[in-house]
Design a binder for this molecule. Structure first.
Ligand code: SF4
Length: 341
C-alpha cells in the first residue's frame, strides 16, 4: 500500500482496510489534510509536542522538505487550542510548538503576527500549561510582536531555537538563506535586550558545497560572537532533487569531518562558559526521572530530547516542578540543589 505525505493521519483507516483483506491500496491524495488534528497522547510524561503547521514556503537550496511536504499550511488556532486543552487534561505541563517554521504560523490563514496571537490565546485558554516552548524559528519571521509576547507572557519560555545553518554571507547566499548577518546580530540583540536570560539554540551545516576555509572560519567567528547556549552541527549531505545537490566544488568527507570537530570543540567551550554563568541562579526544574539517589530534570533553558539536563541529588517525584539553585556546570548538563522551603 502507498500512503501520501498529506494523508498520514488516515493511516489507521488504511491499516484497517489492509487487515480486512484489501490489497494494492493507493492512498495518495494531494488534497489531503496535512495539518488535521488526531487524538493526542502525551508521549513524554508532562511534556508534549504540538505541530502547529506543516510544509514550508522557504527555498533553502539544500532542503527537500518543500518538495516532499508542499507549501506551508497552518493548523487552525482553535484546533491547536483544543489539542493543548486535551493534553493539559492528561497532565501535560510543557508544550513544545513545532513546525518546519513555527514563526510563519498563520500567514496562510491571513493572520498577522500569527505566532504571538497563538501564544496569547494558549496562555489564556490553557492556564495549566506552565511552559510553552518554541522550536524551529526562521530569523526573518521573528518580529517585535513575537519578542514582546515571549518576554511578557509568563508561560512562554525564554528559549528560542533559531536554526541559522551558517554564519558566512557567501555560504548563506549559496544556501538561498537570509545572508545579511547584521540583521541576525540585530535580532539576537533585540532578543537578549528583551529577555536577558534567554537561552538560544541554533544549528549549522558544515561542508556545504563550495565552503572555503575562509567561509568556515567565518562561521566559527559568528558562533564565537553570538555565543549560543547550544548548537547542533551537521555535515552536509546532498538531498536528491535539491539545487544544492547540483552545486560544484564539494567538500571532501575528511575536510567535512575535520570542520565538524572544530565547530563542535568551539561550541563545547562556549556552552561550558554559558552554563558556568548559570551557577548561583535559581530556576524551576521539571523532574523527568529519578533513580539511585539522583533526579534528572530540565529548566526552561533545556528543550526535551535535544539539550542537556539539570541533575539534582535525591529522588524527587517525576512531573514535579522544583525550585533549585545551580551549583555546578558541565558542557551539556548542570547540577542543582533544591531550594529549601
Ligand atoms: S531548511 Fe527549514 S526553512 Fe529551509 S526549506 Fe527546509 S524546512 Fe523550510
Amino acid at each position: 500500500a502507498l500512503i501520501g505525505a498529506r494523508n498520514w493521519n488516515e493511516i489507521i483507516s488504511l491499516c484497517e482496510r489492509l487487515e480486512a483483506g484489501a490489497t494494492h491500496l493507493d492512498w495518495v491524495r494531494p488534497e489531503g489534510n496535512l495539518v488535521a488534528s488526531v487524538p493526542r497522547r502525551a508521549l513524554l510524561g508532562r511534556t508534549a509536542y504540538i505541530k502547529i503547521a506543516d510544509g514550508c514556503d522557504a527555498a533553502c537550496a539544500f532542503c527537500a522538505i518543500p518538495l516532499i511536504k508542499g507549501p506551508y499550511r497552518s493548523k487552525p488556532l482553535t484546533e491547536v487550542l483544543r489539542e493543548a486543552q486535551e493534553l493539559a487534561r492528561q497532565g501535560v505541563r510543557e508544550i513544545v510548538l513545532i513546525a518546519q517554521d513555527t514563526t510563519a504560523y498563520g500567514r496562510d490563514l491571513g493572520l498577522r503576527d500569527g505566532l504571538p496571537t497563538l501564544l496569547r490565546a494558549m496562555a489564556e485558554a490553557v492556564p495549566e500549561i506552565a511552559w510553552l516552548r518554541i522550536l524551529y524559528a526562521y530569523p526573518q519571521h521573528v518580529t517585535p510582536a513575537l519578542i514582546e509576547a515571549m518576554a511578557t507572557l509568563p508561560p512562554v519560555c525564554h528559549y528560542l531555537d533559531l536554526p541559522l545553518q551558517h554564519g558566512h554571507p557567501e555560504t548563506l547566499r549559496r544556501m538561498r538563506r537570509p545572508y545579511d548577518l547584521q540583521q541576525v546580530y540585530d535580532l539576537i540583540g533585540a532578543l537578549r535586550a528583551a529577555m536577558p536570560d534567554i537561552a538560544l539554540r541554533s544549528t549549522f551545516i558544515v561542508g556545504y558545497p563550495g565552503e572555503t576555509e575562509q567561509e568556515f572560519e567565518g562561521l566559527l567567528e559568528f558562533m564565537r560572537t553570538i555565543a549560543f547556549d547550544r548548537v547542533g552541527v551537521f555535515c552536509y549531505s546532498a538531498e536528491k532533487g535539491t539545487p544544492a545537490a547540483e552545486l560544484p566544488n564539494p567538500v571532501s568527507a575528511e575536510e567535512m569531518a575535520e570542520r565538524y570537530d572544530r565547530a563542535m570543540r568551539l561550541q563545547e567551550e562556549i556552552s561550558l562558559a554559558r552554563n558556568r554563568a548559570q551557577i548561583g541562579r535559581e530556576v524551576d526544574v521539571l523532574i523527568e526521572g529519578a533513580a539511585d539517589g539522583l533526579s534528572v530534570g530540565r529548566s526552561y533553558r533545556e528543550a526535551p530530547e535535544i539539550d542537556g539536563f539539570v541533575l539534582l541529588p535525591g529522588e524527587h517525584a517525576v512531573g514535579e516542578f522544583l525550585r533549585a539553585r545551580i551549583v555546578r556546570a558541565e558542557t551539556h548538563d548542570l547540577v542543582a540543589r533544591v531550594c529549601p522551603g
